[in-house]
Design a protein around this ligand. Structure first.
Ligand SMILES: *[C@@H]1O[C@H](CO)[C@@H](O)[C@H](O)[C@H]1NC(C)=O
Length: 252
């Protein structure tokens, strides 16, 4: 009995180890900030998460340069960003790092008063961070700091959320609060009267389907970019309507 219990525990531990998102290696880049000290200017954004507070992202967010944004495929990814104190002891806070979620795109030649024009041009690896996140690693007056960054696992409170926009034969589903790898590789949708149907990325974290699902309960299957899959069975009740958000209890 004790032996089989130990076996189960070992299996569970193995499963968790295999399933967990593994941090990437370290890469050099730079970081600026935008949006003001209350991060008010960072709401919305090219990933389509909307109000970042209600979507669960808070102010620890950043806009990614072209080289990192990957046309929206990187939306939801988490990065640990450490100020490169060895390279800039003047404006870096020593040993300071912060974990941010990618919620926006920093377009090329994007000129802001913080003087980050050109920093988001390809092939530069650049984070334009919400000001409260940036100030955890850099000194305000510096405006820009060299950083060392690494993709890390995302820890999110609560389950994955689904917001259904669209009408009739067009569902545009915005998928937020994704833990683990954070970014999504593929999504399938299933009405209670349909089989599983592949969805396609429309923009950012918005996935689309042309199925007619009115009056049916809806399930989703999501595979994140590290290959982990979760099924959200009947997460949307048959009484659903467009413009509503449905929260699951399932997380990566
Ligand atoms: C995405 O969903 C969140 C809530 O889950 C909402 O605040 C936001 O406005 C939605 N974005 C879009 C583009 O519908």
């Amino acid at each position: 009995m004790a032996k089989s219990l130990a076996g189960v525990a070992l299996l569970a531990a193995l499963f968790i180890t295999v399933d967990a998102f593994r941090p990437s290696g370290l890469t050099n880049g730079h970081a600026t900030f935008y949006g003001g000290s209350d991060a008010s200017g960072t709401m919305g954004g090219a990933c389509g998460y909307g109000d970042l507070y209600s979507a669960g992202y808070g102010t620890m967010t950043a806009a990614l340069s072209t080289a990192l944004f990957n046309n929206g495929a990187s939306c939801g990814e988490c990065y640990r960003i450490t100020c490169d104190y060895a390279a800039d002891s003047r404006w870096c806070k020593k040993g300071a790092s912060v974990v941010i979620t990618a919620t926006n795109f920093c377009p090329p030649n994007f000129a802001l008063p913080s003087n980050n024009g050109g920093w988001c041009n390809p092939p530069l690896k650049h984070f334009d961070m919400a000001q409260p996140a940036w100030e955890k690693i850099g000194i305000y007056r510096g405006g820009i700091v060299p950083v060392v960054f690494q993709r890390v696992s995302c820890y999110k409170r609560g389950g994955v959320r689904f917001r259904i926009n669209g009408r009739d034969y067009f569902e545009l589903v915005n998928i937020s609060n994704v833990g683990g790898a954070g970014s999504i590789k593929s999504v399938s949708i299933k009405g209670s009267k349909t089989g599983w149907l592949a969805m396609s990325r429309n923009w950012g974290a918005n996935w689309q389907s042309n199925a007619y699902l009115d009056g049916q309960s809806i399930s989703f299957s999501i595979t994140t970019t590290d290959g982990a899959t979760r099924v959200f069975l009947n997460v949307v009740p048959s009484s659903w309507s467009f413009g509503q958000t449905y929260s699951s209890r399932v997380q990566f």
